[in-house]
Design a protein around this ligand. Structure first.
Ligand code: ATP
Length: 199
């Protein structure tokens, strides 16, 4: 059975924090692959992304060239009915399409601590194992107060050694000031400049 990591995000733009998360997860849990999935319309973010879906997918493709175990997937593309994308629908569709895979959903601590606001959190914890990666400013220990049952808690695997204080928001602001942040992979930075993004 293939062990597949799912790494969803806005990736507006992808950065070294994302790369550190995916590398740590693939190594620690002996995953066969990590499928990076830019989300079409993230229902919990208050602002729409700056870059288009096609641009975010292209930047993720460039980032995935860094490791043969990474690939970019359009499985969570914007929906044709204009509705938001929900992870529960994505994981259900993937399981139906690839019955021979075991799923590991990879998230940063900030995302997981927000899980109870997601659609059908109980179902989400049934559909995949969860890899929760540390992020500066967010306490992994707070997971203890989320009220998960022992059985749900068994589905959650912590990776506490990642410590990359980078966010896409701060990088968009730096780009808008005309900086060339080193926290963006160079091939992605080249794409951003060619497309005149985040100015
Ligand atoms: P923004 O600042 O625009 O909200 P972001 O930097 O948080 O973006 P996303 O694309 O929203 O990036 O994140 C995708 C996933 O990667 C989420 O699960 C998030 O928690 C995780 N992540 C992003 N940056 C880091 C980081 N520096 N350390 C750990 N996890 C991270």
């Amino acid at each position: 059975m293939q062990r597949i990591g799912i790494f969803g995000g806005t990736f507006d733009p992808p950065h070294i924090g994302h790369v550190a998360v995916a590398c740590a997860a693939v190594d620690a849990f002996a995953l066969d692959a990590v499928w990076w999935m830019p989300v079409g319309h993230q229902p919990l973010k208050s602002r729409p992304p700056s870059a288009s879906y096609a641009q975010r997918l292209a930047m993720v493709q460039l980032t995935c060239e860094m490791d043969p175990r990474f690939s970019a997937s359009n499985a969570d593309a914007p929906r044709s009915d204009g509705q938001a994308n929900y992870t529960v629908d994505l994981l259900q569709a993937l399981a139906a399409e690839h019955p021979d895979c075991a799923w590991w959903n990879i998230v940063g601590a900030d995302s997981f601590l927000d899980l109870l606001r997601w659609k059908q959190p109980e179902r989400l914890l049934e559909l995949a194992e969860w890899i929760v990666v540390s992020r500066p400013g967010f306490e992994l220990s707070k997971i203890a107060s989320m009220g998960l049952t022992p059985r749900q808690r068994e589905r959650v695997h912590l990776l506490a050694e990642v410590d990359v204080p980078v966010s896409a928001t701060a990088l968009r602001e730096a780009l808008a000031r005309g900086e060339r942040p080193v926290a963006i992979p160079s091939r992605v930075l080249k794409f951003i400049e060619e497309q005149a993004l985040y100015r």
